[in-house]
Design a protein around this ligand. Structure first.
Ligand SMILES: Nc1ncnc2c1ncn2[C@@H]1O[C@H](COP(=O)(O)OP(=O)(O)OP(=O)(O)O)[C@@H](O)[C@H]1O
Ligand SMILES: [Mg+2]
Length: 403
């Protein structure tokens, strides 16, 4: 029996786990660098894409780039709880801001008295100090927040070495929402506040990442959001980039088992170039390759079939189990559309359902079903009123189920 090669499987399928090699994404990174060059912030960033496409890890790589360019960086995951009320949103922003302002000691040069009443000159601009200022500013939450952010910038501006600006980075920002029933508008408030302070020259930039529903939500809340954000849609990797994502970690780990060009093509076809799937498939592939190596056997095709089964079971089957029979019928019909992996119209779904099913769907029935599927997170309506699958590679999965 051959000795098991001693190398650690480098692939990391997981939410937010930095990949062993981050392939592609040069364009997206250059857009971000461009935004960092703004002296007056006219454009903020929305980084959007399907589940597992690599939003979180890309955002993570933006942080040191921003810091090197002299920007400060704050932020976290945007939770639903943070955007329930205006007050919670204010707390979220002040909490994040305070991480950076706490290092500032108020000095004679800052117009402390105007803002902080009797606050001592040597006081740190910590969370308590920020909320105190917020509480004592008259007006609505938006007015209070604007005052605090402008004051914070007054303080940052005087720092040495100079601060270029501050980035508020929020992942999973599609959870942001206004709540008209309770007369709470935290999303609109956030947009109003940033637009207003940016107009006054405060270089605080928003970087929001989220599912493709994010940008339409922002525009629905405030139409000016359309001009306020540069939208970058993260797509799957190309075939070459997929090759890099696989070969480079293998070489770096010193693994004696190399995947052939054909093997890489197989991974690309199954994963569609979607980063999570690449990591998943390669993790499995290399785990079993190491075992097979030890047993001096090799059955790539058999192993690959097993991996497809595991992917279907781990990633897709839970979602598939939750849809009703009628929803399943329409999803099967859509999976037969040649453009199911990009976008499709209600009319196209009506037509393909007529061809694929014993009894096709009417346009109004399709619209109803699409609404239900949107709520289930399986499709979404894009800005042009067309639909798309919200889960990567859903089409091929469905065809595997019915094939
Ligand atoms: N450019 C890339 N090259 C190689 N692997 C990548 C790349 N981007 C992401 N990955 C890998 O893909 C997986 C998903 O990445 P990440 O969690 O950042 O995606 P996401 O879009 O934030 O997903 P989610 O919808 O779960 O929030 C991780 O295992 C990560 O290591
Ligand atoms: Mg993520």
């Amino acid at each position: 029996m051959a000795a098991t090669p001693t190398f650690e499987n480098p692939f990391r399928p997981g939410a937010g786990h930095m990949p062993p090699y981050l392939a592609g994404r040069e364009h997206e990174t250059s857009v971000f660098r461009e935004l960092l060059r703004q002296s007056t912030v006219m454009q903020n960033l929305v980084l959007t894409g399907l589940r597992g496409v690599g939003r979180t890890v890309l955002l993570e790589t933006f942080k040191p780039i921003a810091q090197q360019a002299g920007w400060l960086w704050v932020g976290t995951d945007m939770s639903e709880a943070a955007s329930l009320t205006d007050e919670r949103m204010a707390t979220r922003l002040l909490t994040d801001l305070s991480v950076r302002t706490a290092a500032i000691t108020l000095s004679r040069e800052v117009p402390t008295a105007t803002f902080l009443g009797k606050a001592s000159e040597h006081q740190r601009l910590d969370y308590g100090c920020l909320t105190d200022l917020h509480g004592r500013t008259p007006g609505l939450h938006a007015d209070k927040l604007k005052a605090v952010l402008e004051f914070a910038w007054e303080c940052f501006r005087r720092q040495r070495p100079p601060v270029r600006g501050l980035i508020f980075a929020y992942d999973e920002a599609q959870t942001l929402a206004d709540n008209a029933a309770d007369k709470e508008y935290p999303l609109s408030m956030m947009l109003d506040v940033f637009q207003s302070i940016q107009k006054k020259g405060v270089p605080f930039m928003l970087v929001l990442t989220g599912l493709p529903t994010l940008f339409p939500k922002l525009v629905e809340a405030r139409t000016f959001a359309e001009r306020m954000f540069r939208v970058v849609f993260l797509d799957h990797l190309t075939r070459d980039e997929t090759g890099d994502a696989i070969r480079r970690p293998i070489a770096a780990a010193g693994c004696p088992l190399r995947l052939s060009d054909q093997g890489i093509d197989n991974v690309y076809d199954l994963s569609g170039g979607y980063p999570y799937f690449i990591q998943f498939v390669c993790r499995e592939l290399y785990d079993s390759a190491i075992q097979n190596y030890a047993r001096a056997t090799s059955d790539f095709e058999g192993t690959f079939r097993e991996i497809v089964r595991k992917l279907d079971c781990d990633f897709f089957s839970g979602r598939w189990a939750r849809v009703t029979d009628r929803q399943r019928d329409i999803l099967v019909a859509i999976a037969h559309l040649p453009n199911c992996h990009t976008e499709f119209s209600v009319q196209e779904v009506v037509e393909v359902s007529g061809r694929q099913l014993a009894k096709g769907f009417s346009a109004s029935r399709v619209s109803q079903l699409m609404l239900a599927l949107s709520e289930a997170g399986l499709v979404y309506k894009n800005r042009h009123g067309r639909y798309a699958f919200a889960v990567p590679m859903l089409g091929p999965f469905i065809l595997r189920q019915v094939g």
